[in-house]
Write a protein that binds this ligand. Sequence first.
Ligand code: PPS
Length: 291
Amino acid sequence: MSKPEKKHLPLFQYKGFNLITDMHDAEKLDKLYDTEIYESDIFIVTYPKSGTIWMQQIMSLIEAKGDFNATFNMTTADRVPWIEANGTIEKFASLSPPRIHVSHLPWNYMPKELRQKKGKIIYVSRNPKDVLVSFYHFHKFSNIFETPKDFNTFLEKFLNGNVFCSSWFDHIKGWYMHKDDFNILFLSYEEMIQDLRSSVKKICTFLDRKLSDEEIDNVEEHSQFHIMKNNSCANYRDVCPEIFDHDKGSFMRKGIVGDWKKHLTVEQNQKFDEVFQEKMRDVNIKFIWSN
Ligand code: PPS
């Protein structure tokens, strides 16, 4: 079978935030900002490569009370769609509750009524060095983005925010510094790796979902990396053949903590730490990852 035509989609700036031509639209995003929010609305928010698909899988399994069959035959993006994506964004206002979506948007681009503590947000963060590495590999197998010249060039772009979704630092800072405006639960990729069951329970408590121990067992089971990697509805393997070149990589790549140690040189790591100290000095966030 011949490969589908590559589809390179350049980035464009929406009020200073990098989005993707053809996938996002400024006018629609303006409307989204003013859209009514219901108490029952749920949003997963992440910076790219922080565990988004993992949380989409967990969320949809929680909603199905752990019943894997109820989530089968529907991709994670169909079960928990991207709010800002063309195709979803137009429908959002007319959907019946409960509306469960995922987003990479910064805090001040999401529907403004969320800031009245309406709706619930789960923000997943990840060690930015592992985000960088995952993002780099993602660029290599994703046709929509320019293939990075080399790792160092991509590192510079990442640190300067010249990538899809702009700066990791601005994203996380924005959400943390405005956390009191939102009904928000912060989780990290690292704590999910450390103890997935506790994270699932935290989510259930936050969302007021009552699941039995057996139902939680099932959520945990079907959210594991090796299970998702082999589940075509939770690994992007069969979707968007024009977007991904599966001969060059895999969306479900390694799923581990600390892979950055195999990628960054001592100098690159030092540079990263300097930028991190500088950009994050005014934010009091406790991260559980080690540098
Ligand atoms: S995206 O493009 O923003 O939607 O990507 P995102 O889903 O946020 O991140 C992809 C990375 O998450 C890893 N992943 C997981 N890790 C552990 N357990 C599970 N179940 C899991 N599911 C996805 C995925 O492998 C990507 O990380 P890397 O480091 O590249 O492996």
